[in-house]
Design a protein around this ligand. Structure first.
Ligand SMILES: CC[C@@H](C(=O)O)C(=O)SCCNC(=O)CCNC(=O)[C@H](O)C(C)(C)COP(=O)(O)OP(=O)(O)OC[C@H]1O[C@@H](n2cnc3c(N)ncnc32)[C@H](O)[C@@H]1OP(=O)(O)O
Ligand SMILES: [Co+2]
Length: 135
């Protein structure tokens, strides 16, 4: 299988501190990691939920896709992320299947991963992230 498992869901939030408090109560677990990814202009906060994770995403700049998303659609589910074994191979496979992979090369994401995205218009309205762990 090419996609190994659902690694995380990404949730766009307007106020990261407030959202962390909410998700700590909701999941009954503490945020275990915070990381800013400058290339994406986002600050992330991660929670474990069984084998999967919840990634809260706050914008760090007005050009951030998260700021644009919230301005247009409001807060909410932003993407689903699948862990893959070989991200470049998977990007090539998806391009061959006609999907719009949004970059030529993967970039550095949070959590020591390489990431790439597939346009939501190709996935029935859901932005899909591919991630490959570098650990
Ligand atoms: C922290 C790093 C990493 C990790 O390690 O986990 C991350 O998770 S980073 C997460 C943030 N980064 C990204 O999302 C990068 C990839 N995304 C993009 O390049 C863009 O967001 C996009 C998908 C290309 C859309 O950008 P753009 O075309 O500029 O936005 P529009 O507002 O014009 O939208 C066009 C069209 O698409 C719909 N849309 C946009 N975003 C989403 C979304 N997340 N989910 C579903 N649909 C989305 C938008 O509503 C528009 O639709 P129409 O109005 O019907 O045309
Ligand atoms: Co993500």
């Amino acid at each position: 299988m090419d996609m190994k498992y659902l690694d995380h869901i990404g949730i766009a939030v307007a106020d990261l501190e407030e959202a962390i408090e909410t998700y700590e109560k909701l999941l009954g677990a503490e945020c275990y990691k915070r990381e800013t990814v400058d290339q994406q202009q986002v600050e992330t906060a991660f929670f474990r939920a069984g084998e999967s994770k919840v990634e809260l995403l706050g914008a760090t700049g007005s050009d951030s896709v998260i700021a644009g998303y919230i301005a247009k659609k409001g807060e909410g589910m932003h993407h689903v992320a699948f862990e893959v074994e070989d991200i470049r191979g998977e990007m090539e496979r998806l391009r061959g299947e006609g999907f719009s992979v949004l970059s030529e090369e993967p970039s550095r994401g949070a959590d020591n991963k390489l990431v790439a995205f597939v346009h939501p218009k190709d996935n029935h309205g859901v932005l899909v992230e591919l991630c490959e762990s570098l650990d």
